[in-house]
Ligand binder design. Structure first.
Ligand code: PLP
Length: 406
């Protein structure tokens, strides 16, 4: 006899990070933990969890009736306004002139991604994502949706635009629809950000596919947008590019408040869709709200209240922006340190421009991770690489890691 449904019977929680946690706990208890470079959360240079004072003060000051109650399923108008201003920055006006915009609150960026997959593809269809990527494959599989991949980098360690374009065309022709996942800037786990010319080339290609009357959903995962070392204004420029999209392309942004506000467990997020077709945005609103209601009912009000409070007050917003800028610069300095030392020591790595992680390609990453584990150093081994969380290590840890990778 089996209780699980057919579709759930083969599910296995094989997340390497979860598996490592047990060993980290044990090393902590035994006093042998030296470096924990596995955590996708930001810690300061002394190794303490980084909290933004303005975020904490704002949450503390919100009355219980405004933060512990139910939120509207879509998050409500004030939340939408705050999210639009924060995400789009100076591009907001231009985008509002060019597009109808729909927003639905979500349980973190994960919720936004999940809702996009489940509403825009049918069972048996496939998303397109790079071979090195966050857990999109697992999220898609939950809805019987497959994942097709392209190699993220070519043999010269450059972004593999040709492979992406080829695969996009193939899927579009076969499926008569394309759902492309772009995690940019500061791709997890490599830290790569597309160059302006690369975005332009990609848009040209997608437009050509779209001209053949094939709908394209571009899921733009911006989880690390606020840690882009190019700064707030430049990071927002990417959204201005949307105006070059053919009308058969529907960009959907997955906004995550986890990294932006340092509130990982609060599940702050939103799906933002932009279309020249009003009907598409209406359809988006209906479908995503029904999914939200069915999956988590409504996003946590505490996060929604925080975003509204913090970002509708100019002074508070500016204070928060300064704190965020400092945090981003701490992370950027770690990135620079790693890159400089890796270059000096000839340690190969995937191209990194910013973000929480760097990746080192290896023939036997499991073996390396095991060796390091014995010394109390924890990294995540993935297929053909190890992932190092710069977000969680001190500058001194970076020197130790570099020594170990030589
Ligand atoms: N996208 C990427 C690339 C991520 O790394 C994460 C979290 O680590 C998310 C989306 C989702 O974040 P959350 O659900 O915490 O908002």
């Amino acid at each position: 006899m089996r209780f699980l449904a057919d579709r759930s019977k083969d599910k296995r929680m094989t997340d390497p990070i979860m598996a490592i946690n047990k060993h980290i706990q044990k090393a902590k208890e035994e006093g042998t933990l030296k470096i924990n470079a596995t955590l996708g959360m930001l810690f300061d240079d002394e190794g303490c969890f980084l909290t933004f004072p303005s975020v904490k003060e704002t949450i503390d000051a919100i009355p219980p009736a405004d933060k512990y109650t139910y939120a509207p399923v879509d998050g409500g108008k004030n939340y939408h306004e705050a999210v639009k201003s924060w995400v789009f920055g100076k591009e907001r006006e231009r985008l509002e002139k060019n597009f109808h915009i729909g927003i639905t609150a979500a349980a973190g960026g994960t919720g936004a991604i999940s809702n996009t997959f489940s509403n825009y593809l049918d069972e048996g269809e496939a998303i397109l994502a790079p071979d090195i990527a966050w857990v999109y494959k697992r999220i898609a599989a939950e809805f019987g949706i497959h994942t097709e991949t392209y190699p993220l980098f070519d043999d010269k360690n450059r972004f593999h635009m040709e492979a992406l374009k080829k695969k996009a065309t193939e899927i579009a022709q076969k499926q008569k629809k394309l759902l492309l996942v772009m995690n940019d800037p500061c791709h997890n786990p490599t830290g790569y950000s597309l160059r302006d010319e690369e975005w332009e080339e990609l848009i040209d290609h997608l437009n050509k596919i779209a001209e053949e009357n094939i709908p394209i959903i571009l899921l733009h995962d911006i989880a690390y947008l606020d840690y882009d070392p190019r700064g707030r204004e430049k990071s927002r420029k990417a959204f201005g590019r949307y105006t070059a999209f053919h009308e058969n392309i529907l960009p959907i942004i997955a906004f995550s408040g986890s990294k932006t506000f340092g509130l990982y467990g609060l599940r702050i997020g939103a799906q933002i869709a932009l279309s020249k077709k009003k009907g598409e945005i209406e359809a988006f609103r209906h479908a995503t709200q029904v999914s939200s209601r069915a999956k988590w009912s409504n996003a946590p009000k505490i996060g929604i209240a925080l975003v509204q409070e913090l970002l509708h007050d100019k002074e508070k917003t500016e204070t928060f922006q300064k704190e965020l800028q400092e945090a981003a610069s701490v992370l950027a300095q770690r990135g620079e340190r790693f890159m400089k030392k890796a270059k000096e020591e000839n340690i190969p790595h995937h191209p990194y421009t910013g973000g929480f992680f760097v990746t080192v390609p290896l023939d036997d990453p499991e073996k390396k991770a095991e060796e390091l584990k014995k010394k109390g150093i924890f990294v995540v081994a993935k297929k053909d690489l190890i992932r190092i969380a710069l977000s969680a290590v001190t500058p001194e840890d970076i020197d130790v890691l570099i020594d170990e990778l030589r």
